[in-house]
Structures are given as C-alpha cells and as structure tokens.
Design a protein around this ligand. Structure first.
Ligand SMILES: [Zn+2]
Length: 229
C-alpha cells in the first residue's frame, strides 16, 4: 500500500458501504458480514425484463442490507459508496453480458431533485461503472418534466404513465449505432429505464442494456422509499 493511501485510511477509515462498519483495508469493498448476508442474485435471477431494453442486470435483490446500502448512499449522502457499488455492478456486467458495450449513460434526476440531494446517484454509479469497465461515460438524457415520485404509485400501469414523456435526449448526444449500458440505482417496475431505453433506441442506439445495483421484486418494497421525482 502506498504511504498516501495509508495516511488517508487513518484519517478517513474506509467503511463498508452497506452497514458503515470500518473496513480492515481500503482494498476491501465491503465487510465480511455483508459479503455473507447480502441478497446476491445469481444466474438468471440477476436478469430482469425491461421494455425496449436488451437486458437488465443487477447484482443484488433490493432488500435487507442491500436496501440499507442504497439508503445510506441516497439519503445519508454517502457519495463514497458509489465506488464499491460501481465495482459490484461492473462484476455483474462481466458475469452476464456476453457482448461488448461502447459507452455508459444513466437515467438522470430532475435538476430540482439533484440540487436538493447534491448529487445524482445514477450518474455517480455510471461514472464508477465506466471507470471499472474502461468505457466512456456520456450524459445523453435529461428529465424534461417533473413527475410524481414513483414510490407514490404502486400500480405498474400508473408508474408507466408517470414515466412516459418524463425524459428527453440531450442535444448532440452521439447515440446512433452504439451499444449502451444504461444505469440506475434500483429497478422496480422498469418504467423509468424502459422510457430511457425507448428514447435511446429511437435515436438509433444499436443496443441498450440496463444495469442497476439492486432489483426490487415489485413496486411494494419501496413504498416508503423516495424514488425519482
Ligand atoms: Zn457491512
């Protein structure tokens, strides 16, 4: 370990992104307990169908410690959590995606929500994923209108209607003919990612694969969770 890193570890000891426990080494991604107890998804369980996308991959099920980790990240503003989460997402892509992607983008927050939170959780994950896979990270989408939090809507058809028309392509994005990884923190009904994948496909994207840290089984797990506005 370099001296600089050793000093940093003393001043800012690395913590497990899921439970906040201090880690033995900055080389560890997470603590041994979380490694054992996290709701890892394997095989086809890590894959989910998202409309207009060519696949959707997530290393974790959105419950227990995985849910705690997402909350620490978003609501506890644990910006440094993005690094280990990005590594887990990159491993998941390597395990499940047999093709090569050309770039990474994300489903963005509205400007208002981003200002309030101080960061866009999907963007940071996209940047870490891109760094891990040595792929360019490009801002292709923006929120075009304010929507209700998806959490306030339990019915999938309501979620779809709420997400429809909520995004648009940013000007000058070179989408056409390229294969994209589209990032979000959690996939629930897939409405948000489906809407974004639709726009990318309309603009000529060759492939769109969604990648999220966690996958919720249905809308119910996160009814008390504040989703994107
Ligand atoms: Zn832990």
């Amino acid at each position: 370990m370099k001296l600089g890193q050793a000093v940093l570890d003393l001043v800012f000891p690395p913590k497990c992104p899921f439970c906040g426990r201090i880690l033995d080494s900055s080389r560890d991604l997470l603590c041994p307990d979380c490694q054992k107890e996290l709701s890892w998804l394997e095989g086809t369980a890590a894959e989910r169908k998202v409309e207009f996308a060519d696949g959707c991959f997530s290393p974790l099920a959105y419950r227990g410690k995985a849910r705690d980790g997402v909350r620490r990240y978003k609501f506890g503003r644990c910006v440094s959590c993005a690094r280990p989460f990005g590594v887990l997402m990159a491993q998941c892509v390597r395990d499940h995606l047999k093709e090569e992607a050309d770039g990474v983008t994300w489903a963005p927050l509205s400007r208002k929500r981003r200002r309030k939170r101080g960061f866009d959780q999907a963007e940071l994950l996209a940047r870490e994923l891109g760094a891990n896979l040595s792929l360019p990270v490009v801002s292709l989408l923006e929120k075009s209108r304010h929507t209700q939090p998806q959490s306030s809507l339990s019915d999938p058809s309501q979620r779809r209607a709420n997400a429809r028309g909520a995004y648009r392509l940013r000007p000058k994005g070179q989408v056409e003919g390229r294969r994209w990884l589209l990032v979000d923190d959690v996939v629930t009904s897939g409405s948000t990612l489906g809407e974004c994948a639709y726009l990318l496909k309309q603009a000529g994207a060759e492939k769109v694969w969604c990648v999220t840290l966690a996958q919720a089984g249905n809308g119910k797990e996160e009814t008390e969770e504040q989703r994107k506005i």
